[in-house]
Design a protein around this ligand. Sequence first.
Ligand SMILES: Cc1cc2nc3c(=O)[nH]c(=O)nc-3n(C[C@H](O)[C@H](O)[C@H](O)COP(=O)(O)OP(=O)(O)OC[C@H]3O[C@@H](n4cnc5c(N)ncnc54)[C@H](O)[C@@H]3O)c2cc1C
Length: 229
Amino acid sequence: MKQVRIVLVEARDRVLPTFPAELGQDAKKRLERRQIEVRLGTRLERVEGDEVLLSGGERIVTKTLVWAAGVRPAALVEALGLPATKSGRVAVDQALRVQGHDRVFAIGDIAAVPYGDGEMPMLSAPAIQEGRFVADAILKLERGLDPGRFRYRDKGIMATIGRNAAVAQLGKLRFKGFVGWIMWLVVHLYFIIGFRNRISVLLEWAWDYFRYDRPIRLIERAKQKEGAP
Ligand SMILES: Cc1cc2nc3c(=O)[nH]c(=O)nc-3n(C[C@H](O)[C@H](O)[C@H](O)COP(=O)(O)OP(=O)(O)OC[C@H]3O[C@@H](n4cnc5c(N)ncnc54)[C@H](O)[C@@H]3O)c2cc1C
C-alpha cells in the first residue's frame, strides 16, 4: 500500500542544477523510479494552512513541507554593516579581505568570493580551503609580504539519491547509479577521521544496507508489491 506521496518542486528546469545536465537528468529519472513526483520549472507560491499552492495553479494538500531552497548567510553580516553583495554575503577581494578593510577577512558561507560568473557555492570544501588560505595570508601579512590571491581547487561534487544511487563529478569524470553511489561511500569514508571511526561507520552502513534497517525510510522502489512492508 502506498503510504506517502512525495512531490519535489524545483523552480529551475532540472534537479541538482550545480551538477552537469546529464547527471541532473539521471537523478530525476531515479527519483521518479522511486515514485517521487518531480515538478520542474515550478515555484512554490504560498502555503495556506494544510495546502501548498504552486505556480502552475496546482494545490497540494499536506501537513509536511520541507523547505530546502538554499541557505542564507548568518544575520550577523547585516548587523555588522559590512559591504555586501545582492546575495547578502560579505564582499571580499581576491585575498578574501573585506572590501575597504585591509585586516578583516571573511570566509565560508558569509563571504561572496567571486567564482566563475557568480559567487563561490555555500559548501564545506570552499570554506575549508578559504580558512587555510587566510591562515597563510595572515602569516604573510605579519611578515610584510603580499597575501596572494585565493584560488579554489575544485575536487568535485557528489550527491546521493537513495539506495544504490548517487551522482558524482570528479574533474572531468562523471559517475552515476551504483558506481556513483560506491564513489560517494568511498569518499565519505576516506574523510572520516581515525581508522576506528571509519571501521565503525563502515560496519554500521553494511548493517543498514543488508538488513534494510532504516526505521524511517519512506522512499521505496516503485515495483514494490502491494501490502509489502
Ligand atoms: C542542511 C545542510 C546540509 C548541508 N550539506 C552539505 C553537504 O552535503 N556538503 C557540503 O559541502 N556542504 C553542505 N552544507 C553547507 C556547509 O555546511 C556550509 O557551506 C559550511 O558549513 C560553511 O562553513 P562556515 O564555516 O562558513 O559556516 P558554518 O559551518 O555555518 O559555521 C558558522 C558558525 O558560526 C556560528 N555563528 C553564527 N552567528 C554567530 C554569532 N553571532 N556569534 C558567534 N558565532 C556565530 C554558527 O553557530 C556556526 O557554528 C550544508 C548546509 C546545510 C544547512
